[in-house]
Every structure is written in C-alpha cells, then in structure tokens.
Design a protein around this ligand. Structure first.
Ligand code: HEC
Length: 136
C-alpha cells in the first residue's frame, strides 16, 4: 500500500506534464479559456459570444522566437514544420468559425469547432511532452 503511494508520487514527479511549465503556457491558458467561452455560447445559442470566442482563439498570444528557435533545433525539420502547422491551422480555422458565427450558421460553427478540438488533441498527443522536455 505504502509502496503504491510512493510510485504515484514518483510517477507524478517524473511526468513532465504534471510539473513542467513551458513558454507555451500563456497561449494554452488563453486557448483553454476561449474554448470554454465558445462552448458556453454554443449551449445558449449566443452567436455574438461564439464569434468573440472564435476571434479570441484566432488572436492567441504567440510563443517567443527564442523558444521556437530552440524547438527548431531539437526537432527534425518535418516535425518542426508539423508543429508550426498546427498553430497556423488553428488560427485559420478559428477565423472561419468566427465567420460562421457571424452568419448565425450553427452547423458551420460546429464543423469548425470539431476541427479546432481535433487539432488541440493532436498537438497534445504528438508534441506536448516533447515541447516540455525541450523547453523546460
Ligand atoms: C502547437 C501544439 C499545441 C496546440 C495546437 C495546442 N496545444 Fe495546448 N498544450 C501544448 C503544450 C506544449 C502544452 C504544455 C504547456 C505547459 O504546461 O507549459 C499544452 C497544454 C495545454 C493545456 C494545459 C495548460 C495548463 O494549465 O497546464 C491546456 C488547457 C491546453 N493546452 C489547451 C489547448 C487548446 C484548447 C488547444 C486548441 C485550441 C490547444 N491547447 C492546442 C501544445 C499545444
């Protein structure tokens, strides 16, 4: 039993996502908040709120150039290109989502929202740990 607890503590201590913080954090907190606002707006059919949240996703803070340069060095060039593509894709998709919200097109918003969520999840799967290990 005691051993079990020890393993959990050790596991958390060595799991980079549990303690590490990277220069991506500000962008992520911004995206996390904007996504909650988007969802709330969708629940109550608030198109203005959907558009605002979409623009907030679109205008998330950039990661500083130094950190990007370090990542470019650490990753192979295809990986780095893929990483950067996720962010571009999110900025484009959220702009489309804002336009759909402006047209009060809930189906359109839903389609774009699905693409946004998929991109968030994929980048976390592929890069979250690598980024934390590189930039910590
Ligand atoms: C370019 C890759 C990438 C994309 C795309 C991405 N994330 Fe992240 N995300 C990260 C990394 C790296 C971290 C770890 C940051 C840290 O803890 O310093 C993270 C962590 C997070 C966290 C946890 C933050 C915390 O307080 O520990 C949230 C929430 C999050 N992302 C939300 C999102 C949302 C929402 C999206 C899509 C709109 C998204 N992310 C897209 C790379 C990405």
């Amino acid at each position: 039993m005691k051993k079990g607890i020890l393993w959990i503590v050790l596991g958390l201590a060595f799991c980079p996502t549990a303690w590490a913080r990277s220069p991506y954090l500000a962008q992520m907190q911004h995206w996390g908040e904007a996504m909650s606002r988007l969802q709330t707006a969708m629940f109550i059919n608030d198109f203005k709120g959907m558009a605002e949240a979409s623009w907030a996703i679109n205008r998330a803070p950039e990661v500083d150039k130094d950190s990007l340069a370090r990542l470019e060095k650490a990753l192979d060039s295809k990986e780095y290109r893929d990483l950067r593509r996720f962010e571009r894709y999110l900025r484009e998709t959220s702009e489309n989502m804002a336009k759909k919200a402006g047209e009060k097109d809930i189906r359109g918003v839903l389609v774009e929202q699905g693409k946004v969520v998929a991109a968030c999840v994929q980048c976390h799967d592929l890069f979250q740990v690598k980024i934390l290990m590189t930039l910590k």
